[in-house]
Design a protein around this ligand. Structure first.
Ligand SMILES: Nc1ncnc2c1ncn2[C@@H]1O[C@H](COP(=O)(O)OP(=O)(O)OP(=O)(O)O)[C@@H](O)[C@H]1O
Length: 254
């Protein structure tokens, strides 16, 4: 579903993503990890067609930069770290923006669009905020609404940049389980960045460790989350404990 070859992005003349190869199969969940500034968000934005790049990015066999806007929105949904929100917008209207590619020009949303949005708001535990202005929500409530808009889009590919960074542990698990269920039920393909390495490892089919704009390690969580890799690229001492669904990363003091 996602095929990335020799992806390179320069920002202000600096090479930020510097030759990344990456494949994600239909229904697969790949987690991109790496230290601050490694180029994770930049790579994700390029893959979503939001930044100029060199190399190739194919979504479902078609180059992302040749997909017309509407079609791209039906193929791929993205949640950035800090989405821009139109001022004074209410939660329901914001989530309905996800249905834009299905609404004819000058048309209105249909009952199907409304039902799709209501279902997603419900599943993310934010239906009770439908009439509230987005800026009155807490950080975690807002983050779930951002995700609702992306899920309402009904795209087969989901790009998520730290989707649970503001969530309490209960909502974090709820959201990740929901995405995992959609992946199993609808064959959703997921590419996400995440700083919580243990959680990332639990949900990932495969992981990609980015460092300095290049792939430093890739493969199953056990191969990527090693004491050596984390010492080299995060400059941290950790102990790896075998968990039920993957390795658990425990930082060690001094
Ligand atoms: N417009 C820009 N001009 C120059 N450098 C930029 C620009 N935007 C981002 N960068 C730099 O590119 C690098 C990669 O940024 P990016 O946001 O992709 O990192 P990241 O891996 O997502 O980091 P984090 O974990 O902190 O979110 C950073 O060093 C950042 O300062």
């Amino acid at each position: 579903m996602i095929r990335v070859n020799d992806l390179r992005v320069r920002l202000d003349g600096n090479p930020i993503v510097d030759g990344v190869d990456l494949d994600v199969a239909r229904g697969e969940w790949v987690m991109v990890i790496g230290p601050n500034g490694a180029g994770k968000s930049t790579a994700l934005r390029a893959i979503g067609g939001l930044l100029p790049f060199t190399g190739t990015v194919e979504l479902n066999g078609r180059p992302v930069d040749t997909l017309p806007r509407r079609e791209r929105a039906k193929t791929i949904a993205m949640v950035n770290q800090t989405p821009t929100v139109p001022p004074a917008m209410r939660v329901l209207d914001y989530a309905l923006l996800g249905r834009t590619p299905y609404i004819p020009p000058l048309g209105r949303e249909s009952a199907t669009d409304l039902a799709a949005v209501e279902e997603v708001l419900e599943s993310l535990d934010v239906a009770q905020f439908a009439g509230r202005r987005l800026e009155t929500l807490s950080g975690g409530e807002r983050q779930r609404v951002f995700l609702a808009r992306a899920l309402a889009q009904g795209a087969g590919i989901l790009l998520l940049d730290e989707p649970t960074s503001a969530l309490d542990i209960g909502h974090q698990q709820e959201v990740l389980e929901l995405i995992d269920r959609l992946r199993a039920e609808r064959g959703l393909t997921v590419l996400a960045t995440m700083h919580d390495l243990s959680v990332a490892g639990e949900y990932a089919d495969r992981m990609v460790l980015l460092a300095g704009g290049t792939v430093a390690a890739a493969g199953p969580a056990r191969a990527v989350l090693t004491e050596e890799n984390l010492a080299e690229h995060y400059r941290v001492r950790v102990r790896i404990i075998e968990g039920e669904h993957g390795p658990l990363v425990v930082p060690v003091r001094g």
